[in-house]
Design a protein around this ligand. Structure first.
Ligand SMILES: Nc1ncnc2c1ncn2[C@@H]1O[C@H](COP(=O)(O)OP(=O)(O)OP(=O)(O)O)[C@@H](O)[C@H]1O
Ligand SMILES: Nc1ncnc2c1ncn2[C@@H]1O[C@H](COP(=O)(O)OP(=O)(O)OP(=O)(O)O)[C@@H](O)[C@H]1O
Ligand SMILES: [Mg+2]
Ligand SMILES: [Mg+2]
Lengths: 256, 256
């Protein structure tokens, strides 16, 4: 029975995709059958794992809007236990096409119904907005990871995301939990970073992952080779951090 | 007659707001009457200049959707020649509310009609998407600045933005020009950065600003004090870079 984890934060460039790709890859490397589902029209997670999709092949868009079986969209990766449901630019249209649909928040839940039990983990990469695509993710997820970059603007965005979690929990998905807040791109030399890290850990005690993702050049380079960090540079600080995060997520799952 | 410049790129966290805030502030510091109009529901530009808006005060949302006069939304800043038309979270609703409006791309153009001539420059900060809010900005802008962070994923996003420019130019705004591509968060120690900078300058020769914005901790700190970089730390590398950008933009304007 898959644990479905959404990676969400409407603020741009905070490490959602880097986290989705690398958490999924680390889970797969631990032999947990994992599906990475890309919900962002920019399809960064899809290309970050080197997945190329033919014009004619179905993607998450066709699954959400045309009801194509999600299983028909799945693409393999370099890791045996990791498959990808790819995004495409047409997803931009999904927000508008679904707007008048009274079941618009549940298209993803329906799409995942049939495939869910084939996996141990399903990781959902969300776009930088709290629109229909992200709400679809939050409506089907068991839990949410909120990556935040340790800078001033990140804190405002964090309260916004948590408000949205509460609303989705009340209206659409009572079982939705916060898996944790993940501090990303942590640069210990920056005063601002240390201040923000301290504030977040104090204000949200118990909700922040022990694991922190350091600012690490290798994490920026890996997607240009279409590889997760553990295949690109296993000894890097970035790889070690995402492996630590993976273990923390799996342990949390067992306490369940 | 104001020059209207949109700051756009659907990729998150590439420095749109930092560029909008600091270009606007530098123009104002040069005694050019400047309006910074915040089109992002996250309102980072608004808070980055220390502008607080009462619950009851009208914002860009009321101007776009309810037809409130834009002049009624304007808020002062610490710089005499800089005012802000603030965003608010309700703008999230604008995308959905305008979707069935056949003039949905022109609400901002209409809102700016009356106020345009009071300014020398109007700077529009766009959200990380190519949805209705960004299309409204591109429909009224004279030109667009596209900030890109020098990392692999940035290049894919860049072609996407330029495609959108072309489409808006053909369908909605024939006079729309590319003001320039702005390289941001440049860290000369990163190999990937140097490679991306070289590729962009070669591939888009003549369209890339001479000015480059370095990765500079002070630029990340300034918004937490609600100040543009020139008031926060005038001698920083970030301040010098945005002043250089401002001069380049003003020179381009004179060549017309
Ligand atoms: N820890 C890190 N160290 C260095 N670079 C990083 C790190 N995490 C992410 N990056 C880089 O920062 C950029 C933004 O990260 P990413 O794309 O994961 O953010 P995002 O939240 O998914 O962005 P968007 O909001 O556009 O979807 C990418 O170029 C990525 O490679
Ligand atoms: N040159 C720089 N050096 C250091 N930090 C920077 C620089 N430019 C921007 N930042 C910081 O990086 C983060 C992202 O920048 P910014 O908010 O301007 O991007 P954006 O494109 O507007 O993001 P969004 O897509 O969410 O609107 C902010 O915390 C900002 O303070
Ligand atoms: Mg992403
Ligand atoms: Mg912004």
């Amino acid at each position: 029975m898959a644990r479905v984890i959404a990676i969400a934060n409407q603020k741009g460039g905070v490490g959602k995709t880097t986290t989705a790709v690398n958490l999924a890859a680390c889970l797969a490397a631990a032999d947990l059958k994992t599906l990475l589902l890309d919900l962002d029209p920019q399809a960064n997670a899809t290309s970050g794992l080197g997945v190329r999709v033919d014009e004619s092949a179905p993607t998450v868009y066709e699954s959400l809007v045309d009801g194509v079986d999600l299983a028909d969209t799945l693409q393999p990766t370099e890791l045996d236990s990791l498959v990808v449901a790819p995004a495409s630019y047409e997803l931009v249209g999904a927000e508008l096409e679904l707007v008048n649909d009274e079941h618009r928040s549940f298209h993803l839940r329906n799409a995942l119904e049939a495939t869910r039990d084939r996996f141990d983990y399903i990781v959902l990469d969300c776009p930088p907005s709290l629109g229909i695509l992200t709400v679809n993710a939050l409506s089907v997820a068991d839990s949410v990871i909120v990556p935040i970059q340790c800078e001033y603007l990140a804190l405002e965005g964090l309260s916004r995301v948590l408000q949205t979690l509460d609303r989705v929990r009340d209206a659409l998905n009572p079982a939705l939990e916060l898996e944790g807040i993940l501090l990303t791109m942590v640069d210990p030399r920056m005063n601002l970073t240390r201040q923000v890290v301290a504030d977040v850990r104090e204000h949200f005690a118990g909700k922040v992952f022990e694991a922190e993702i350091p600012r690490n050049v290798r994490l920026g380079e890996a997607p240009s080779f279409g590889k997760p960090i553990i295949l690109y540079d296993l000894r890097s600080a970035g790889a070690r951090a995402y492996l630590t995060l993976m273990r923390e997520v799996v342990r949390n799952g067992k306490k369940g």
